[in-house]
Design a protein around this ligand. Structure first.
Ligand code: F0G
Length: 457
């Protein structure tokens, strides 16, 4: 059961099917353009959408809003230092701000960044610094149905091959994303982190964690990795941070705050250069674009998130929803992670070709039938067409992510998601695909407008 009870509630909106049909037409079938008050269950993201605890609210009230050297900063600094062990901690307003500051300081044109999978903004910030971002997911990651427990791992053989090969001198950093959001929310084993750390140290390449979901990764390690069953998630997390030379962190996930993040570094010279850029672009080094209350709430959230009872229930609710989804006859990327389930829309809607976006078609149905918002991670997001509109690249899988906000929805909300999927699965053959009517040159899934394609076309 949930290891908390509810003290503050917020009504969720209910709409009629007709209202949802009208809303979809108004936003040209782009779910990002819906007003949140038109959504009943919002599973668009687990980022910044968690519920604060009473202790976090109280910490926020005690926040110190001094411009520099605030009490809030020192509390935050102490908590993060104890957790990570890094010598230099710089607050930032969210994960991508931390990425921009670190990567634009460390990278330059011609350099190479390697990762198990770069998250979108991580990749974008590597590329904005002029460097190349290359993903090295492990071979098990390619089998969507495999229940292998650590499909988030980096491919160690490939990493070794690049570091020792002709491109070795170009590698400026290795980033391991825990858990691997771009790779289906799958965890990374401690063995894999240790091997990555050893290889990076042997080749003098800095190794960072993208630690947005470090506590969930640690929980899955205690469940599934030999030798870690008797450790607490906190102990696993502490060990993982210490195997790396630093981290970038979006605290909007496992910090359970609405806004916040940080950079952790051991290298004093690098930290000094980052600090100057931080001051110029984010805010002074003791607040980094955040209010004092945000720093205090983040410190408290980072302490609560490794509680075993909290993590156990979070894993439990994800597998509860996975069970409901399976019962509805819908497949997911296996095994279910903790922050999200990834529905296999391609398999549910085989009559819709990739360039008519089966993932988007399922996401639209989830909204139309159940008022549920999700995120397409298929060919609308990753596909490409030539100038005449002919498809040139489609995504490896047509997925829809149901992200699970922390401490927000209860089992009856997830029952509604399961029931909605069962209705959709029953008439799957009559679900229509989509075509793009307008799109932007980059990040098109955010801004594209679409229209339904009648069945049979
Ligand atoms: N790294 C990972 C692994 C992420 O999942 C995200 C954000 C970021 C970095 C960027 O952090 O949003 O604080 O700037 N992921 C969100 C998501 C947006 O929905 O998965 P941010």
């Amino acid at each position: 059961m949930e290891p908390y009870r509810i003290k503050v509630v917020e009504p969720i909106p209910f709409t009629t099917r007709q209202q949802r049909e009208e809303a979809l037409r108004r936003v040209n079938y782009n779910l990002f353009d819906l007003r949140a008050e038109e959504v009943t269950i919002d599973l668009l993201t687990d980022s910044g959408t968690g519920a604060l605890s009473a202790a976090q609210q109280a910490a926020g009230m005690a926040g110190d809003e001094s411009y520099s050297g605030s009490r809030s900063f020192y509390r935050f600094h102490e908590v993060v230092t104890e957790l990570t062990g890094y010598r230099h901690i710089l607050p930032a307003h969210q994960g991508r701000a931390a990425e921009r500051v670190l990567f634009s300081t460390l990278l330059e044109p011609g350099k190479l960044a390697l990762s198990n999978t770069h998250f979108d903004t991580t990749r974008a910030n590597v590329e904005l610094a002029g460097a190349e971002a290359r993903d090295l997911p492990c071979p098990e990651a390619k089998d969507i149905d495999s229940p292998s427990p650590f499909k988030g791992n980096i491919d160690i053989d490939e990493l070794r091959r690049i570091l020792t090969g002709p491109e070795g001198h170009r590698v400026a950093m290795v980033v391991t994303t825990i858990t691997n959001n771009g790779g289906g929310g799958q965890p990374v084993s401690m063995e894999n982190i240790k091997q990555t750390s050893a290889l990076c140290r042997a080749h003098g390449v800095p190794f960072f964690l993208d630690a947005a979901r470090f506590a969930e990764n640690a929980w899955l390690v205690t469940r599934n990795e030999w030798g870690y069953q008797d450790r607490t998630p906190r102990q696993v997390a502490e060990e993982a941070f210490r195997l790396a030379d630093g981290c970038v962190m979006s605290a909007k996930k496992d910090g359970i705050v609405h806004i916040g993040g940080f950079i952790g570094l051991n290298d004093g010279e690098l930290a000094q250069r980052c600090e100057l850029l931080l001051i110029a672009t984010e805010g002074f080094a003791t607040y980094g674009g955040l209010a004092g209350r945000d720093l205090d709430m983040m410190a408290q959230g980072l302490t609560e998130v490794t509680e075993p009872s909290y993590l156990a229930e979070r894993a439990e609710i994800a597998s509860y929803l996975a069970h409901r989804v399976h019962a509805a006859g819908v497949d997911i990327l296996e095994p279910p992670g903790m922050h999200a389930l990834y529905l296999n829309a391609g398999r549910l809607l085989p009559h819709i070709p990739p360039h008519n976006y089966p993932g988007h078609a399922l996401a639209v149905q989830l909204y139309l039938v159940g008022g549920i918002r999700s995120a397409e991670l298929g060919s609308l997001y990753l596909g490409e067409e030539d100038e005449a509109g002919n498809p040139t690249k489609s995504a490896p899988y047509e997925l829809v992510r149901l992200a699970l906000p922390r401490r927000v929805y209860t089992r009856s909300h997830y029952d509604h998601v399961g029931e909605t999927l069962a209705v959709i699965a029953k008439h799957a053959g009559s679900v229509q695909g989509f075509r793009i009517t307008e799109q932007s040159p980059i990040l098109r899934h955010f801004r594209a407008t679409l229209e339904p394609v009648p069945l049979g076309y």
